[in-house]
Design a protein around this ligand. Structure first.
Ligand SMILES: Cc1cc2nc3c(=O)[nH]c(=O)nc-3n(C[C@H](O)[C@H](O)[C@H](O)COP(=O)(O)OP(=O)(O)OC[C@H]3O[C@@H](n4cnc5c(N)ncnc54)[C@H](O)[C@@H]3O)c2cc1C
Length: 427
């Protein structure tokens, strides 16, 4: 099997890169082993929320300049501030073209409501979630927070109590309540089935739409805005939009505990676009090992194609971090399993020194979270001290930064993905 580009991993980074390559006429294959981080994410995408000192970022250009001083190995520092912002803007246009329904700007962060009623800064959010710009007051003042009876991943009372403490909601009255949907009883009988994905399937496909609208209207009473858990609409935002119109009140959805419908929708839309463009998706397969020649990587073998190797002119490693097995560890060694690429981290992190992987305080940023493969400013991967000309890394598999600490996970994924697509098309 021969392709222009073989991509390992079909999460946010792999798909963003693959769609752009496919749009430029490159024939791509994605080898993808399973669910990705985006299926568990809030649906909001962070570009840069904090520095390592904890200082919050308002304006990206200033924040990125400061980051470059703090963390020279961060992918944004390697690419430079100008290119990072250019690629972030390109992703926003791309998201618009895909109708992902995201709002936000590449100038500054906005604020979004978290599932527990906190406020956090982010770059892009689904336009169905409650957001504020410049810490302005939320534009509604009577808010019905409606849970679903028996659904424990969304607690309306706790959300309302916590939101009352936020200055942006100080002018609001909250009325927490539950919507009662008898059709959900069959799911309730098995607690493990009572998840946002299963609820969404039932509400969208098996429940009379009119009944759902009536139940929401009655529970909301005289509110001028409704907050619901994100359990409405599995494939895209269309079902949620239809519900909003029928209820006739401003409705917002909040991310729930994972799995997250807001992230799953984005993942589905990206996968569909890739396949519409003629890309090949090898789902349920796993890249195992690679062979090299003088040009770099020559072929890769996968679990389902152990005899018949995949050859390509370019290879993109988009396999994610520890969460997705893009990085692995044994007792005293952290490694990248497919290419055995060089691993870096920051501060005291040493890939072969287990004691350097963690901080004693559980809540401190953990050094192992900054582990990942070493790249250069073209996102080429380093192996045994040399950069491999036709092997690139994108997204969470890259080292030198801690996405959780800095709030930059999705931003790094899309920025590096677009840089690599441009590199490959230019060659
Ligand atoms: C639980 C969780 C929640 C998050 N929430 C947010 C959020 O709300 N906002 C935000 O901005 N960021 C969030 N992040 C950060 C997130 O990492 C990035 O946003 C981004 O989605 C990472 O994408 P990726 O494509 O690099 O990696 P991943 O999404 O991890 O995708 C890697 C894919 O590669 C596959 N794979 C791995 N190895 C192989 C192999 N050998 N062969 C074939 N396939 C392979 C995996 O199965 C997986 O599907 C979250 C991360 C996690 C883990």
């Amino acid at each position: 099997m021969n392709f222009d580009v073989a991509i390992i991993g079909g999460g946010l980074a792999g798909l963003t890169c693959a769609i752009h390559l496919q749009q430029q006429g490159k024939q791509c294959v994605i080898i993808n082993n399973g669910q990705a981080a985006i299926d568990f994410s809030s649906g909001s995408m962070d570009l840069l929320s904090r520095l390592t000192s904890g200082q919050k970022i308002e304006h990206f250009a200033e924040g990125l300049e400061a980051l470059t001083q703090e963390l020279p190995d961060h992918p944004y520092s390697l690419l430079g501030v100008e290119k990072t912002l250019k690629k972030a803007t390109q992703f926003q246009h791309f998201a618009e073209s895909l109708a992902l329904g995201l709002c936000g700007s590449t100038t500054q962060n906005h604020q979004r409501v978290t599932p527990l009623g906190g406020i956090t800064s982010t770059w892009l959010s689904p336009n169905s979630v409650p957001t504020m710009s410049d810490n302005q007051p939320f534009p509604h003042n009577k808010i019905a927070v409606l849970g679903i009876e028996g659904y424990l991943d969304f607690q309306p009372q706790m959300l309302a109590e916590n939101l009352k403490l936020q200055p942006q909601f100080a002018h609001c009255e909250f009325s927490p309540a539950y919507i009662h949907i008898p059709e959900l009883d069959q799911l309730r009988a098995n607690g493990r089935e009572f998840r946002s994905v299963h609820i969404a399937q039932l509400l969208e496909h098996k429940l009379a739409f009119h009944d759902l609208v009536q139940e929401i209207k009655q529970s909301a009473k005289n509110a001028n805005a409704i907050f619901l858990p994100a359990c409405f609409g599995l494939d895209n935002q269309q079902f949620f939009e239809r519900l909003k119109q029928a209820v006739g009140i401003a409705i917002f959805e909040l991310p729930t505990l994972p799995p997250s419908l807001l992230g799953i929708r984005q993942h589905k839309q990206l996968s569909q676009r890739f396949e519409q463009l003629g890309g090949m998706m090898l789902n349920g397969d796993r890249a195992l090992k690679a062979e090299f020649n003088e040009q770099g990587v020559s072929k890769i073998y996968t679990q389902l194609h152990q005899e018949n190797a995949i050859t390509a002119s370019h290879f993109v490693l988009a396999s994610g971090g520890f969460f997705s097995n893009g990085l692995m560890s044994d007792f005293d060694h952290i490694f990248e399993p497919v290419f055995d690429a060089d691993i870096i981290g920051y501060k005291k992190f040493e890939k072969n020194d287990r004691l350097s992987w963690t901080e004693n305080r559980f809540s401190s940023p953990q050094p192992y979270q900054s582990a990942g493969v070493a790249i250069n400013s073209q996102c080429q991967v380093r192996k045994a001290g040399q950069f491999v000309p036709n092997l690139y890394a994108v997204g969470n598999v890259i080292g030198g930064y801690n996405a959780l600490q800095l709030g930059c996970g999705s931003g790094v994924s899309v920025v590096t993905a677009l840089v690599v697509a441009e590199q490959i098309c230019g060659r």
